[in-house]
Design a protein around this ligand. Structure first.
Ligand SMILES: O=C(O)CCC(=O)C(=O)O
Length: 377
């Protein structure tokens, strides 16, 4: 395993040939400074939030959702700062663990639910990206589905202890509690809250789009939730590598915990713009299935991850997706004589198979045009 994972090999002085792309494939971002995406403050009034999501979504397909520190009872979906910070720190620590602690998770088999792997995005192009990834999946309700998630690192943040335990405990007791499965518990809590936020954003979108309030409940969002814990080690020459190639997310909606180091770039008006992450905010983007349902009103926008020479970067993407059997097509609300369907209705399983089969790597910027065409009429 260690030879195949970037973060487990000694720092590279040069980029190995298999990771290097010709310059024409890496059109460098045009904005020198990172750009702040539109910010949607979810604690504002429901109408304001609905308008802001729709405006941001139509303009860029991306926005940052600043989460609620003290959730208002009416929208009980806040992801507290501490949960975001804990997730960030256990993920960073995970990639610092010795190889033997992670060996059992390593797999190149894309059918494996929970696995650690390096490089490829969909495993079909042969191209290698400067990124190691821990992929995790869980059902909702979670039940026992996180049992195979990593237990390490085992540092157990004190905020998870009950108040009485902190007050009554002597240090020995705390260190005993501290050996519980920190990673799994932190990641599960983060996933439940993040999915809750994603579902709330989908309900808000229903209101903005005049769809029935539960349009995205059920099969449309009913697949396992997938987490990509992306780790991009420092790279000796970021001008020839990609952390992740240009792609649109195939599901419904994605919530990215971008970490503190910039690296995400999004396609905007024919250029790549660098995104400046806001502390403790999620970067939200619409997946291809949301573009299909809205008959193209909302766009799923290409994005990519770039590397940097100095600092490792860790991000966590949470994907909400339809079940394989779910039929996805443009909703009647978006169709009229003047606005016929632009996408075919097909099961998400059929769409995913087409998506996986398309060769990633045909064009430098609009690599995903073909992917959209799978479903385009
Ligand atoms: O790490 C990032 O900024 C982007 C992650 C991403 O696009 C993905 O995991 O699909």
């Amino acid at each position: 395993m260690a030879n195949n994972m970037l973060h487990l090999t000694p720092p590279h002085r040069e980029v190995p040939g298999c990771y290097a792309f010709p310059a024409e494939k890496i059109q460098l971002g045009t904005s020198a400074a990172a750009v702040s995406l539109p910010v949607v403050d979810i604690s504002r009034s429901r109408d304001e939030v609905c308008r802001a999501i729709l405006d941001a979504g139509k303009e860029m397909g991306f926005f940052q959702a600043s989460h609620i520190v003290k959730p208002r009872p009416v929208v009980n979906h806040g992801v507290p700062d501490q949960v975001m910070r804990d997730m960030e720190s256990v993920c960073v620590e995970f990639f610092r663990l010795p190889a033997e602690d992670k060996a059992a998770l390593y797999s190149e088999d894309p059918r494996k639910t929970n696995r650690l792997f390096c490089g490829a995005l969909y495993g079909n192009s042969g191209e290698k990206y400067w990124r190691d990834c821990l992929r995790l999946a869980c059902t909702f309700p979670v039940g026992k589905s996180t049992e195979d998630w990593p237990g390490n690192p085992q540092r157990f943040p004190y905020v998870y202890l009950r108040r009485s335990e902190i007050m009554d405990a002597n240090l020995k007791f705390i260190s005993f509690v501290a050996t519980k499965h920190a990673y799994r518990e932190v990641a599960e809590k983060f996933t439940v809250l993040t999915r809750g936020l994603g579902m709330e954003l989908l309900r808000l979108l229903c209101q903005s789009l005049e769809l029935r309030h539960d349009y995205f409940e059920g099969d449309l969002s009913g697949s396992d939730v997938i987490l990509h814990v992306n780790h991009y080690p420092p790279c000796p020459d970021p001008s020839v590598t990609l952390g992740l190639p240009p792609h649109c997310d195939r599901g419904l909606i994605t919530l990215l915990h971008p970490g503190t180091v910039p690296g995400l770039e999004i396609a905007y008006k024919g250029n790549w713009i660098k995104v400046e992450p806001l502390p403790n905010a999620f970067i939200v983007n619409f997946g291809l299935q949301l573009e299909v349902v809205t008959n193209g009103l909302l766009k799923s926008i290409e994005h990519r991850a770039m590397t940097n020479v100095a600092r490792a970067r860790t991000s966590v993407a949470t994907f909400i997706m339809p079940t394989q059997a779910c039929l996805v097509g443009p909703a009647g609300e978006f169709l009229s004589e003047d606005n016929p369907p632009r996408y075919r209705t097909m099961t998400y399983g059929e769409f995913s198979r087409g998506y996986a089969a398309v060769n990633m790597g045909s064009s430098p910027l609009h690599i995903n045009t073909d992917l959209k065409n799978i479903q385009k009429i």
